[in-house]
Design a protein around this ligand. Structure first.
Ligand SMILES: Nc1ncnc2c1ncn2[C@@H]1O[C@H](COP(=O)(O)OP(=O)(O)OP(=O)(O)O)[C@@H](O)[C@H]1O
Ligand SMILES: [Mg+2]
Length: 254
């Protein structure tokens, strides 16, 4: 993002600045998390990277060209699973492939493989209403991965999960990601999650979102997501980033 600002126009015509001179670079294959108080502009930043919202000023550049519309090699996942209730888990995973005209046999085998990857072997014929929230998010993850994106935009993908399920799904996700070469931009309110998963954590200020800090998480990979939290290096990075974030969260509530 090169010096990006974004204004929304409110009902009475006043502008609302949500991104204020935001610049950052994400090298291919990096896992970066964006954290910041509610309403600071994180989702808007993801939407601009996805080509769904145009910056008011500045530009978003990917592989050397300005992003002006959504690209096929981008996967986007949200806290809401967005599954179609009338399609089985398997048919939900196949949806994107169907829309791209991938032949039935290949669709089936890719969906089978991904359901295995996300730990849902044997649940392909279940409908979303017959699955737990954790299982539904796994289906949504399999659907996002089915299109083999180079860039994954994740907007609080596990926010709807209970703490224990979240740990398990994070562990599964990091196994899928490690060695995949995918670039990940991950938005979360859970700083432990951000530190445990990422190579780097960017803290946004209260609205208008500015970059407040940009920190490396220098923990070894492959990481054991459940155990990494107990390392002194983890605690050190976490408390440093938390002190930046805490101030902004407080400011946002004033
Ligand atoms: N389409 C829109 N029109 C007008 N204002 C909008 C629009 N979308 C978002 N906003 C406003 O922009 C600000 C930033 O929204 P955004 O969704 O990017 O925040 P966020 O950091 O993702 O927040 P959260 O952590 O709660 O998801 C908010 O104040 C919101 O009300
Ligand atoms: Mg948001």
């Amino acid at each position: 993002m090169e010096d990006v600002c974004h204004y929304f126009v409110r009902r009475h015509g006043e502008p609302l600045l949500v991104a204020d001179h935001v610049s950052f670079d994400v090298p291919r294959g990096q896992f970066v998390s964006l954290v910041g108080p509610s309403g600071c502009g994180k989702t808007t930043v993801l939407n601009m990277i996805a080509g769904l919202v145009a910056p008011t000023l500045g530009r978003v550049v990917r592989d050397g060209s300005t992003v002006t519309r959504p690209r096929r090699d981008v996967g986007y996942m949200f806290a809401r699973d967005g599954l179609l209730p009338w399609r089985s888990a398997h048919a939900n995973v196949e949806l994107g492939l169907e829309l791209r005209g991938i032949p039935a046999r290949e669709r089936r085998s890719r969906a089978d493989e991904l359901l295995d990857v996300v730990g849902l072997t044997g649940f392909g014929s279940s409908y979303p209403g017959q699955l737990s929230q954790g299982m539904r998010q796994r289906v949504a993850l399999a659907r996002t991965l089915s299109l083999r994106p180079d860039l994954l935009l994740m907007d609080e993908p596990f926010a709807a999960l209970d703490a224990q399920t979240k740990l398990i799904v994070q562990e599964e996700f990091i196994k899928v990601w490690e060695g995949s070469g995918m670039t990940v931009i991950w938005v979360t309110h859970d700083l432990e999650e951000a530190v445990a998963l990422s190579d780097r954590v960017i803290v946004f200020s209260a609205r208008p979102g500015r970059i407040k800090s940009d920190s490396w998480v220098d923990l070894e990979r492959p990481r054991n997501i459940e155990e990494v939290r107990f390392l002194p290096e983890f605690q050190e990075v976490h408390s440093r980033i938390w002190s930046d974030l805490r101030d902004e969260v407080k400011r946002a509530q004033l």
